[in-house]
Design a protein around this ligand. Structure first.
Ligand code: NAD
Length: 357
């Protein structure tokens, strides 16, 4: 492969620059091993952009991101900027980026590597050999964006979805399922909500385009239970903005370590935004102890979903798994009661994954 792919890189604040540097090492190794060519453009956003330009998302940053094939982001934010008014806070950069990129689907893999099973609050027999499912959450519609208001007696919020909004996020989920175990579960509250009944109708229609994918439905309250009772049953879960917000946070807890969880926001434009789900962890910034694996796994998602490099993505994931198998751990995922774990720093972890590719 010699087609050059453009990657905009936003290191951000706190641990952001450290963890992004490790993902870059791994991507460089992907180029070396698989013959890919990446052109990186480093751009500021978040607190570091506020310090330099007075705003969290400079126009140039957004323009470079929109014109790239993918955006890799570390994390933004920190105490230094906490007293700024809402519109000027670092986190605004994320909203601006998602909007600018037209990202209407948020993808969050929930993976428990069998080597990290002890970090999960779930019982060993529930985890088995580990599990791996993917949340696809609708990101720009539903009750968070619907009509809301108050009258003299109370207040209301509206869950509204157009057929088009439902179709496009479903397609993201069905396409993802084709790269996984070919099972889609639409999570809703169709026994009560009319909008959920529309989701089911649309899902049934969209599924005709994907005869190779098995479609099922589940009520959201049951899904909340099943995530802790039998998480291995899931492959791809597709759901609304609010249900996805709540369930994906529940699911991130069952994995046991915030330093391991990747995410992607993708949509109408060609560019996806890839970032770990954790924040800028100011408490450990600059100490070379942050776990870079969530960012490295986000880079793997970028290879898979934006750059169409499935083999390379799977190899990065395998490399992470191998390093864990060898007992190497950053502090946050290490078990102090075992001698099997060798605790290493952020930078060494990046080297180990790159070397193991
Ligand atoms: P956080 O995720 O930054 O940290 C929570 C805890 O997890 C901390 O103890 C931290 O040390 C630990 N942690 C997080 N990532 C880790 C990693 N990779 N390795 C090891 N330990 C890790 O959440 P917070 O403390 O609530 O927020 C800190 C800042 O980050 C705030 O300014 C917040 O607004 C911002 N934030 C940004 C994003 C983003 O950029 N997407 C997301 C969440 C929070």
């Amino acid at each position: 492969m010699d087609e050059k792919k453009k990657i905009a890189v936003i290191p951000g604040d706190g641990i952001g620059p450290d963890i992004v540097a490790q993902a870059k090492k791994v991507l460089d190794k992907v180029c070396e091993k698989f013959g890919a060519v990446f052109e990186y453009k480093y751009v500021p956003a978040g607190g570091s952009a506020i310090d330099r330009y007075g705003i969290p998302l400079p126009e140039d940053t957004l323009e470079i991101c929109v014109n790239s094939d993918a955006v890799l982001l570390g994390a933004v934010g920190g105490e230094k900027w906490d007293s700024l008014p809402g519109d000027l806070r670092p986190e605004r950069a994320l909203l601006g980026l998602r909007k600018g990129l037209g990202a209407y689907a948020n993808l969050r893999p929930v993976t428990v590597f069998k080597q990290l099973a002890e970090a999960s609050p779930l019982k060993k027999e529930v985890i088995g050999d580990g599990f791996d499912f993917l949340f696809v959450r609708e990101l720009t519609g539903g009750i968070y964006f619907g009509k809301r208001g108050r009258d003299a007696q109370g207040a209301y919020d509206t869950e509204y979805y157009s057929v088009e909004e439902i179709e496009r996020v479903l397609r993201v989920g069905f396409n993802a399922a084709q790269k996984r175990s070919r099972k889609v579960c639409v999570v809703d509250k169709a026994n009560v909500l009319e909008s959920s009944r529309l989701w089911r109708e649309v899902a049934k229609n969209v599924s005709k385009e994907y005869p190779d994918i098995e479609l099922s439905y589940m009520y959201v309250d049951n899904c909340a239970m099943q995530i802790v009772k039998n998480p291995r049953q899931f492959d791809v879960i597709i759901t609304t903005n609010m249900f996805g917000d709540i369930l994906s946070d529940e699911a991130s807890m069952v994995s046991g370590s915030i330093g391991m969880l990747a995410s992607a926001s993708i949509g109408s434009g060609k560019t996806g935004l890839y970032e770990p789900i954790h924040g800028s962890a100011p408490d450990i910034a600059g100490k070379n102890i942050a776990n870079p694996l969530a960012t490295i796994l986000s880079a793997a998602m970028m290879l898979r979903y934006s750059l169409n490099m499935e083999k390379e993505a799977a190899n990065v994931e395998l490399a992470v798994s191998k390093v864990l198998e060898s007992g190497y751990r950053t502090l946050d995922i290490s078990d102090k009661n075992t001698e099997k774990h060798k605790i290493i720093g952020t930078s060494d972890m990046g080297d180990m994954v790159a070397d193991s590719l």
